[in-house]
Design a binder for this molecule. Structure first.
Ligand code: PHE
Length: 440
């Protein structure tokens, strides 16, 4: 990677210094492709999801390049020009028009345009600047799926009847969904003009049944794995509910939530594809649904993996536990932690360089994600958690002070105190150098 350009998966891109914000650890992750690494939990979870959407109805795309255009990632999906997701604080850019995809939906338009099948599944690595804790990592994986019908190909052009026919052929499950039909916001999530009520209804039902069956399958596999570990394992019956959601590229839109460990957990986003996407992709006669699901979070609960950083581990004590599972999915077992190494929490507090007020997660003249990235760049996968523990404004000077707690903990070995101090010292220096803060 020379100064003016960067190479990612064999292609070279021109960096714009005003935009380029990809740290080297994230750049290195672009070559890992965990979803294509046999017997890796992310690969196995992909296989399980795929098994619920069989070929040839669904065609699988697992090789799309992570470098996409702003058009693919945002414009083609109807994101407005000022959408916060486009900000440098949230997204990794190569230059003004080129970025690391933040979601697999970046390939919706191209895949609809290719028009190679009635349905598709896309799995891929995705990239987001975000907080640091045990369930957030700047690189993770998503699975995107869609199913559509062509008005010109269904009998009598009757989409609603065709979709209902296909619904009959889907598997069933016996879970009672708690809110199967949430009301949706008339303006945010209108029924699209181009769809009759019967069409939208049938497409929504097909979407819901398909996704519910997938989630039931995942959770029954998670339960089987839990029982292997502990024959006396009893879990509560699976609870699911649909909630209204908003995505610029679907309407109406829903999220599916599952009750897990005492909380409702969002597992996927979905909706009826906005017709403008099909029109712009040159397939105006198609209509249908799409969904997107995070693979890593699902893998964490399937395998009971306590920390998302483990996926990136090359330690045989991690990887060897899943050997052979790709070829025989019912041998899936829960992860057995090899050891829990002690945490090294260290605090840092500082005065902000500027007192300029800013909202949201923006603190002073920088975004909290900038702090996250500095820590990750210094300490790599040895950092487990970063959070603000104190925040105050001096009553006289109006200066603002922040304190963060950084937990250093390796998943593979015990850190010595000197090592943790070394990381922490380097973090302190980087905060001064890159954010201009004054340490306290
Ligand atoms: N891309 C959306 C996300 O990352 C998920 C989604 C995919 C929603 C497809 C609707 C349809 O949150």
């Amino acid at each position: 990677n020379s100064n003016g350009s960067v190479s990612i998966r064999g292609a070279t891109y021109t960096k714009d210094p005003a935009w380029f914000n990809v740290p080297s650890n994230v750049l290195e992750a672009t070559s890992r492709r965990l979803h294509l690494q046999k017997d890796h939990p992310v690969y196995i979870t992909r296989q399980i999801i795929e098994s619920n959407f069989p070929q040839p109805t669904y065609k699988y795309y697992n090789e799309y390049n992570p470098v996409v255009s702003t058009n693919q990632n945002f414009d083609s999906l109807g994101f407005p020009p000022n959408h916060p997701g486009r900000a440098l604080s949230d997204t990794y850019y190569i230059n003004e028009k080129t970025l690391l995809r933040t979601h697999t939906s970046a390939h919706q338009a191209d895949t609809f345009r290719a028009n190679e099948s009635e349905g598709y599944l896309i799995s891929a690595d995705v990239y987001r600047r975000d907080a640091i804790d045990r369930s957030h990592y700047p690189v993770f994986h998503q699975m995107e799926g869609a199913r559509s019908w062509d008005r010109d190909k269904v009998p009598n052009g009757d989409i609603a009847a065709a979709v209902r026919d296909d619904l009959e052929k889907l598997p069933k499950h016996n879970i009672e969904v708690e809110d199967p039909n949430p009301a949706f916001h008339e303006e945010r999530n209108p029924l699209q003009d181009c769809h009759s009520a019967a069409e939208a209804q049938a497409i929504g039902e097909h979407l819901k049944r398909s996704l519910e069956c997938m989630v039931v399958d995942i959770f029954s596999r998670a339960k089987a794995a839990a029982v292997k570990e502990d024959p006396n394992f009893v879990d509560e019956p699976l609870r699911m509910r649909w909630v209204e959601a908003y995505f610029p590229f679907t309407s109406p839109s829903w999220e599916l939530e599952v009750y897990y460990a005492g909380d409702w957990l969002e597992v996927l986003g979905s909706g009826v594809v906005r017709q403008s996407l099909f029109n712009n992709a040159g397939v105006p006669n198609r209509l249908g649904w799409a969904f997107g699901i995070g693979i890593d979070r699902i893998a964490m609960l399937l395998f009971k993996i306590p920390d998302i950083r483990l996926f990136w581990s090359q330690d045989q004590r991690f990887l060897s536990q899943f050997e052979g599972v790709s070829d025989k999915l019912d041998t899936l077992r829960r992860f057995a932690p090899f050891s829990k190494y002690p945490p090294c929490p260290k605090d840092v507090s500082f005065w902000l360089a500027s007192t300029s007020a800013a909202g949201g997660n923006t603190r002073g003249n920088f975004h909290e994600n900038d702090i996250m990235e500095i820590v990750r760049s210094v300490a790599g996968d040895v950092v487990e958690d970063v959070r603000v523990i104190d925040e105050f404004t001096h009553p006289k000077t109006g200066r603002k002070s922040l304190a963060y707690r950084i937990v250093y903990r390796s998943l593979e070995r015990t850190l010595t105190n000197e090592e943790a101090n070394g990381f922490h010292e380097a973090v302190r220096e980087a905060l001064v150098k890159e954010l201009g803060v004054e340490l306290r």
